[in-house]
Design a protein around this ligand. Structure first.
Ligand SMILES: [Zn+2]
Length: 194
């Protein structure tokens, strides 16, 4: 099997503890995929839930994994996993393995360079202010019910050239929330036929 740099695979045991990660882990982690650059030993042996940001996103993952364990196949889920200097479009797939293990495969579909967004970086000092960011599409909230791409958001929130960046609060924007609910509806446990 050839190692594809753009596919990242990890496995969970029955208690959702991460038991293995593919060898290209550091490439993913260093690009800020999982809240900063974590070393493999900081990931393996820990619960997946330590690394999923935002309560809605955790709930979505929990439901999907629960259903896959019950034998309901997962569909491919699209999401963004941006680093400061790149927009990254990914999809993930959840699969059941024997012995109640779960395998999660993330694939980078495409990347687009941009000038680095300090809001996503780990080195910018943080103010006490907060900005909501969508865990799925990485849009930021600029007004009630209004979510825009990060580049537009930092301008309209007037934080583009601030020294201190606000803190990020992870949630789901309305369209992503609806999409997630649809996903969960579609993967309901099959009912008996009549
Ligand atoms: Zn969204």
């Amino acid at each position: 099997m050839t190692m594809n740099e753009d596919i990242f695979i990890y496995q969970l045991d029955h208690s959702d503890t991460i038991i293995s990660i593919s060898a290209n882990w550091s490439a993913f982690a260093n690009q800020n995929a999982w809240s900063g650059s974590l070393r493999p030993e900081e990931v393996v042996g820990h619960k997946l839930w330590d690394f999923i940001q935002g309560i809605e996103m955790r709930h979505l993952y929990q439901e999907l994994i629960r259903r896959v364990r019950m034998g309901v196949p997962s569909r491919v889920i699209s999401f963004r996993c941006d680093s400061p200097g790149e927009r990254r479009f990914l999809e993930l797939f959840i699969e059941a393995l024997p012995e109640n293990l779960i395998e999660i495969t993330s694939r980078i579909l495409r990347k687009e360079s941009r000038s680095p967004m300090r809001l996503l970086g780990t080195d910018a000092p943080r103010s006490t202010g907060k900005v909501s960011i969508c865990s799925m599409c990485k849009k930021v909230k600029v007004a009630p019910e209004k979510w825009v791409e990060l580049e537009e958001g930092v301008v309209s929130l007037k934080i583009f050239d601030e020294d201190e960046m606000p803190q990020l609060s992870h949630g789901l924007c309305h369209p992503c929330y609806q999409e997630a609910m649809r996903e969960l509806d579609d993967t309901k446990t099959p009912q008996s036929c009549h």
